[in-house]
Design a protein around this ligand. Structure first.
Ligand code: FES
Length: 288
């Protein structure tokens, strides 16, 4: 087996650990019940257009990596301590954003996420112990603990990257739909067959889309595959000018497809519409 596949297979292993499911379900229910209010969407990164957690994670990773580099190159002990402390101080919002995203993932992704989180907590404990040892004058022990903490962070980051990119936990799942649909006008059926305010699934070439007819006789055609984790939006319902996903209840504005509520962070792709002689047609918006 070549090196690439050996590494990828190892990173896939936690996704098979079904024994983690009971504890994962309990933690996910707890996180979903946290009274976070609008802060939940802030933590998801709805305002940013992509998940906030990986961006926040740069702070502790950067601090601890810099501390270890200083350590290995004979840098100033006070600077090492400050960087280690800064990494610990930056950690709470990273963990909170991660848990909030994690609680809305399918079971296989949650297993990987749980191992990723356990690794992050281990790394933080190693750095906290390192700082304590340094503050008590045990520099050699502090150095060992700090280097072990940064090594653990590297493994945690590798697993997080695998979860985000390989398992697509943070990817926009409908991004390619407009490019996969035919570029010219496609028939979606008679307007009389599309009821008011109820999403209807249709095909644009091979690409599933969801059609919504609004009260002012306006039409919205969105990609049917939810940008969060690919559920079919045609099984959802129209609420307050938005289409709500049936799986994790993200809401996408009918006016522009942008998420009004997470966990989705990316806009749902929209298609251009027209009605000719009582028949509905749609196509991707021309690029550029
Ligand atoms: S699949 Fe999660 S909100 Fe739609």
């Amino acid at each position: 087996m070549d090196t690439y596949h050996a590494a990828a297979d190892r990173l896939d292993t936690p996704a098979e650990w079904t024994f983690l499911d009971p504890v994962a379900e309990r933690i996910a229910a707890l996180v979903q019940r946290l009274p976070l209010g609008p802060a939940r969407d802030v933590l998801h990164g709805v305002w940013l257009g992509h998940p906030l957690h990986p961006a926040l994670a740069q702070a502790p990773i950067g601090c601890w990596t810099a501390a270890s580099l200083l350590e290995l190159t004979g840098g100033d002990e006070r600077a090492v301590r400050r960087l280690t402390a800064a990494g610990l101080a930056a950690l709470p919002p990273v963990l909170l954003a991660g848990w909030v995203d994690w609680s809305r993932l399918p079971p296989t992704h949650r297993r990987t996420g749980l191992v990723h989180a356990a690794g992050a907590v281990t790394a933080a404990l190693l750095h906290a112990c390192s700082l304590r040892a340094r503050c008590h004058g045990h520099r050699a022990r502090g150095r060992l603990l700090g280097l072990a903490g940064t090594g653990t962070v590297g493994l945690v980051a590798a697993l997080g990257g695998h979860l985000a990119y390989h398992q697509a936990a943070g990817a926009a799942h409908a991004e390619a739909e407009p490019r996969l649909a035919p570029s010219d006008w496609q028939p979606l059926g008679a307007t009389a067959d599309i009821p008011l305010g109820a999403p209807v699934r249709r095909l644009l070439g091979d690409v599933p889309v969801v059609v919504v007819r609004t009260h002012d006789d306006g039409w919205t055609v969105l990609a049917d595959r939810c940008t969060h984790m690919a559920a079919s939006l045609s099984g959802g319902e129209v609420v307050a000018g938005c289409l709500e996903c049936p799986l994790h209840h993200s809401r996408f504005r009918l006016s522009d497809g942008r998420p009004a509520r997470g966990p989705a962070t990316a806009a749902q792709p929209r298609f251009e519409t027209r009605v000719l002689a009582g028949r509905m047609e749609a196509r991707p918006y021309p690029e550029g």
